[in-house]
Unconditional design. Sequence first.
Lengths: 354, 275, 298
Amino acid sequence: MRGARIEFRGVSRHYGHVVALHETDLTIEPGEFFALLGPSGSGKSTLLGAVTGFTPPSSGQVLINGKNVTDVPPYRRNIGMVFQNYALFPFMTVFQNVAFPLQTRKMPKAEIKQRVERSLAMVRLSDMAGRLPRQLSGGQQQRIALARASVYDPPVLLMDEPLGALDKNLREELQDEIRQFHRDVGATIIYVTHDQAEAAALADRVAILRAGRLEQIGTPRGLYENPRNGFVAGFLGEANRFAVDRITDEPGGVRLATREGLTLAAARGTAGEAIVCVRPERIAIGEAADGHANSFQGTVIDAVFSAGSVRYRVDVAGCTLLVRAGSDRTRNAFDAGAPVHVGWDRDDALVLPA
Amino acid sequence: MADADRVQRPLSPSVRYALAALTALIFIFLFMPLVIVIILSFSPLTYLAFPPPGFSWRWYQSLASSQEWLHALWSSFKVGIPVAMLSAALGICSALVAARAQVFWRAGFAALVAAPMMVPHIILAIGIYPLMVDVRLTGTFAAIVLAHTVIAMPFVFITVRSSLQGYSPSLELAAMTLGATWWVSFRRVTLPMILPGVVVGTVFAFTASFDELMLSLFLTTPETNTLPRVIWAHLAYQVSPDVAAVATLVLLFSCALMAMPIALRRRGAKLELNG
Amino acid sequence: MSLTAGQTASPDTLPARPGPVRVWSQRPVYVLLATGPALFLAALFLLPLAHVVVKGFAAPASGPGNYTRIVTGGPYLPVMLGTLETALMVTAVCLVLAYPLAFVGSRLQGRLYTVFMALILIPLFTSVVVRSYAWMVLFQRSGPINQTLVTLGFIESPIRLLQTPFAVTVGMVHVLLPMMVLPILTSMRSLDGTLLQAGEIMGASPARVFVRIFVPMTLPGASAGIILVFISALGFFVTPALLGGARSTMIAVLIEQQAVDLLNWPMASALATMLLVTAVLIYMGYSRLTRRFNEMRA
């Protein structure tokens, strides 16, 4: 096992009176693929900067394999980093770029050559060794950045929105490569992104940040199914969210009156919890909607087809409901304006703090 | 912005001709005096007459044997080269701070370094002269080199800072995560990136010193007189063609110096276009 | 180091919640880098300026005596006003010439643009002394301009051109014109051409697009050129000294005379302080205006 354990202990960062990151404790396990997910300004780059050393924390410590590195300069931390725009040295060839970290480590020439060649082979760009970065495509540059950051086998790899500059198809293709890459190198990866689908696709665990605080940590699936609050629910995947006005107990669960005027049934819920969330794919539409604890008559506003599913917007008593259904050609085909039934179970309505 | 992307609308013919004529007139205005000086430098007469009645090398020959002029030329280099080097060192340090440091005094520091460009040289001259008297440096090369560096350093500062601002600081951060110390990162990443700016700025700094008269008027002695200082002294007596010959040579030298930044600018533009 | 997944912390555990920490930071490097230039400028720029300001008040007797003399008589105030007037005139002429010239330059591409830049930079790189000398030659009583005018019959006999305000203005425009062209050219070349297209698509005539979009968008470049040329012109020495007469002298020439010819350093210092304050005030007014302008646009 080559990955390192990374611990944040009471790490915070202030800029004058502005708090970029509240005191944060977090442990990332050796070899884990860990994603930091949040909107811009949520503190994810600050956490990353505490690991590199470029944004030193105002308080707290960062430990790599149990060793406090807070006062260690970046060039002695032995970490690898893939930057948002790759930060390839434009005047060096691909070979020279990948050889750079080995030269700073004063490795013998022959070994450098051998290592660089192996690393370039791993990202399948051996033919490009003599090219300059600007002669490569965006995806190729990204792979060179990966090779450069990993050629010296750092136990920690940081990635700051590494796919942010690429178009959607390429991004998905490279996600697969990065996963494979993680399996090959075995390093602990901290991956910063604001794209929830990317985080869910790549990471073993995801930490969701908001306004300088960790909101929740968990596996992508765990976060999706058991969000701790409305923010997490809305940030990871789509959710229908209603503000709760009143909660009353009833046999089998609770009854909610939403601010929009709907009355919903849910399995659990305590007073003071502010919103109710229903995932679009948990809502049945058409004949399938019969027999659920929550059942409404509505009108289809529009339907959007995408691979594998149809996304309906349904008007229910003045509220717009998102519904995702399998795109089976025989069933579930409703046109705009069609009256439909929608329904879901008690268990599918999550009552959460805002 | 790449040239090819520029959106341009053709101008109407009358506007085109008017602009072309105006441009021609302005360039005639800019170059006519220089051309006339060059022509006069080949005059066979000891007084100025235009057009000169013949052609002769006599003024260049007299220059070549003139101790005064040769000494002045030598002095100008003895001042200009250290000025360029000192300016480069101080200017690069300042530019790094102004473009990269995350400190609250950054803006104030940048303003201080650029400020000598906006202060009339006469003020500096009458301020620096008494200072040099106090430290007993008047008449030395050190005095004139230090004084010229004050006005030459901002040129390096401005050009190098704009080079640094032309690319993302993440290159240097990347070098550091890859194991480069600050110095290694500067030498292997920053310096190659800013080299065109450094060369251009240093040439500017040299030229600033090479052309400077005001500070030299106060700080030089016959022993350390620079070229502009000697030209100035000659102009006080009479306008004779030997100055025209010197002026022609200075002009040619300036053009040669200027070719360097232009060549680099073109290389820089190419880099920018593709990267 | 071998750590199993079950272990939660390393053996040599530090306090669980450490307070403020010793961190690595780049600040010391930049402090070190700034020290050299800062000391250099403190000694050879700030100290001399302070010296000038103090001396203007300190001698011959401490107090504002020199300034009283400046205000109450002598050539000082008229020369200062004349300097402002000349600088203003030179700046105006430079702007009028530079704007169309920069416009032409901004539309050139490739080799033609390189030639254009060279034609602007050659005069800029030519010594001011050499250029002023060239105008001395041109403006001589027996010089090319007088000869041409006589030959063409505009004048009967050569007229006096040297040592006139006209000669000073022409010489200064010649020196400062490239400095006006460059910032304007930069702002014109960085202008987003699609904005002009948008203006035309919305139905504006080319002339209207030029006045309402192009000119305002290139204003920052023009204002940078104006301030650069104006402040340089205020401190001009070589050109007025060579081409100007007693009645068309400028403040820098006067300061030099006071210091070198009359050895009246206190008066020279007082005049220099006045010039410095004028330049600083103008610059501050300019940066205030541009700031407001930028806020308005944002």
